[in-house]
Design a protein around this ligand. Structure first.
Ligand code: LP5
Ligand code: MN
Length: 242
């Protein structure tokens, strides 16, 4: 049956051996059966700029996706909070298209909104302030004009700060804000929602303004691979064996 797959938060890097192995297996054995693969952000642990495409690790990942695309699977990549600096060169190397956050699609007859999910964590005001700054086109242009090694050094500092701040943030602050979710759904005429980022895989069912809607949350790939499969019968967790 025609179907599409959704994954997010793989956080791939050269030291993430287990998730890289899971990813390669997924791309070679599971994804080729789909007509489309949607990567909803944080494919990489971080992305410092498209001039970092040449490392052996990045070539391995982009090559695996390009091969999948050559085999006829449409690949869509959305920015996450860690890899929002991915640009056209990266997309081209993967044989993929970049997807806006959020994106509203008709999936097998059901309107479906796709998002990474970080923009919905509005209670995390420190993060949202930071997000506004680094999503600014002028800031990005200036950051990307720095030498790659300098960008990576700044990102390492940021990772240390982020890890330390997260230890003091309440779990509830780092989840989506229900009001932010409601507003997004109202603005988009009550679609089904799929997002990642929070690493709390779940299927939520809500009632809002007389509508029933689903919120599917993808998990990260730290301990095990997870993906959602969508076809004309609905959405299901994909069984991934590695
Ligand atoms: O990713 P995760 O889930 O662990 O944590 C996120 C938020 N943290 C981040 C930071 C990334 O993890 C680090 C890698 C990003 C690479 C980006 C590349 C380009 C930018 C380079 C800038 C130097 O996204 C975390 C959230 C958490 O999700 C849950 O939602 O809480 O947010 C933070 O911890 C951010 C802090 O609260 C605020 C940090 C302020 C840093 C100020 C330094 C300014 C540097 C210059 C920027 C203009
Ligand atoms: Mn994320």
């Amino acid at each position: 049956m025609s179907h599409s797959l959704f994954i997010s938060d793989l956080h791939l890097c050269s030291s993430s051996r287990k998730s890289t192995r899971l990813f390669e297996h997924f791309v070679q054995h599971t994804a080729p059966h789909a007509e489309a693969l949607y990567i909803l952000g944080d494919l990489f642990e971080y992305w410092a700029g498209d001039d970092d495409l040449g490392t052996p690790f990045h070539r391995k990942i982009t090559g695996a996706l390009r091969e999948l695309s050559r085999n006829g699977v449409a690949i869509f990549i959305m920015h996450g909070n860690r890899d929002f600096l991915m640009q056209e060169k990266l997309a081209e190397a993967c044989g993929a298209s970049l997807l806006n956050d959020p994106s509203l699609l008709d999936l097998y007859g059901t309107p479906t909104l796709l998002s990474h999910g970080d923009a919905l964590c509005t209670d995390d005001t420190a993060y949202q302030d930071f997000r506004r700054q680094v999503r600014d086109a002028g800031w990005q242009q200036q950051f990307l004009s720095l030498p790659l090694a300098q960008r990576k050094a700044q990102i390492e500092q940021l990772r240390i700060q982020s890890k330390s701040e997260k230890q003091h943030k309440a779990m509830s602050i780092m989840d989506v804000n229900p009001q932010a979710v409601q507003e997004l759904l109202q603005q988009n005429h009550y679609p089904r929602l799929i997002h990642g980022h929070t690493h709390r895989p779940a299927h939520h069912l809500y009632h809002l303004d007389g509508h029933t809607y689903d919120r599917w949350v993808l998990g990260d790939w730290d301990k095990q691979a997870n993906a959602l499969r969508c076809d004309s019968t609905g959405i299901h967790w994909e069984d991934i064996k590695a």
